[in-house]
Design a protein around this ligand. Structure first.
Ligand SMILES: Nc1nc2c(c(=O)[nH]1)N[C@H]1C(S)=C(S)[C@@H](COP(=O)(O)O)O[C@H]1N2
Ligand SMILES: [Mo]
Length: 236
């Protein structure tokens, strides 16, 4: 019953795909009808993934010997263009459905209790590595600052203009952490100093680095790559 609306959306999508094929012969890839059909299918995919997501199913954790010696850098620009964040001036801003919106400094973030994970980071470009990160579980932090954990989403903004958002079940998942270390050290500049949201149940692009603001909302937050055609939920 719950699946009936998305299924209708999929059928609508298939019909427009067929109509587009008739109209334009074989070259259908650019047509608006195909784009909107594919978009409808991707939205349907989001909803099914959200339904299937189990907050208690854990991503695989690895042994210390599996951790890559060098983590792989990625962003929408090369590593030499990374702008190091000045720890003295940095603040993590909080907004939206959060009771205590006081901003957080680097020393305050580093003083929070940490949970360590060795998990696989998977990028849509077709590569992955096992990394080790530690930081406070995002759910613990959200409860600590009095966030409305019955709201639907948590959004993030980053120092480089990147932005992302996740649904609340993912935010409260025990392996979703506010990572402040990578390997055995404080997060290096290129891996997100001072804060990377590490989400092993999501593709790499849904793991924002250099996070400067977090907000809790009932409106689905935009994501840098989902605004450019990638699937919003992007679970792995
Ligand atoms: N702020 C910000 N976060 C980002 C990105 C980015 O361009 N800017 N790229 C994403 C992508 S596509 C990947 S694969 C991972 C790479 O993280 P890593 O460099 O720590 O391996 O960061 C993600 N988070
Ligand atoms: Mo990525």
């Amino acid at each position: 019953m719950i699946i009936s609306t998305p299924r209708r959306a999929l059928l609508r999508g298939s019909l427009s795909l067929g109509a587009a094929t008739l109209l334009s012969g074989c070259d259908i890839s650019d047509s608006d009808a195909v784009q909107s059909a594919l978009h409808a299918i991707s939205r349907w995919n989001d909803r099914v993934q959200a339904l299937l997501f189990n907050q208690h199913t854990l991503a695989r954790e690895y042994a210390a010997s599996d951790v890559a010696r060098e983590f792989r850098y990625n962003a929408y620009y090369p590593a030499q263009d990374v702008v190091a964040i000045d720890p003295g001036r940095y603040r993590l801003g909080l907004s939206g459905l959060i009771a205590d919106k006081q901003a957080w400094t680097v020393p305050q973030l580093l003083a929070l209790p940490r949970k360590m994970q060795r998990t696989r980071h998977v990028c849509v470009e077709g590569w992955s590595y096992v990394g080790q990160w530690s930081g406070i579980p995002l759910g613990d932090f959200l409860r600590h600052v009095g966030a409305d954990t019955h709201a639907k989403y948590v959004g993030f903004q980053c120092a480089d203009g990147y932005y992302e958002g996740i649904d609340m079940p993912t935010a409260l998942h025990p392996q979703t952490i506010m990572a402040v270390t990578a390997g055995d050290e404080i997060l290096p500049a290129k891996f997100g100093f001072p804060l990377k949201i590490r989400i092993p149940t999501k593709l790499g692009f849904k793991n924002p680095k250099w996070v400067t603001a977090m907000y809790v909302t009932n409106t689905e937050p935009h994501g840098f790559w989902s605004d450019r055609g990638y699937n919003w939920f992007s679970g792995i």
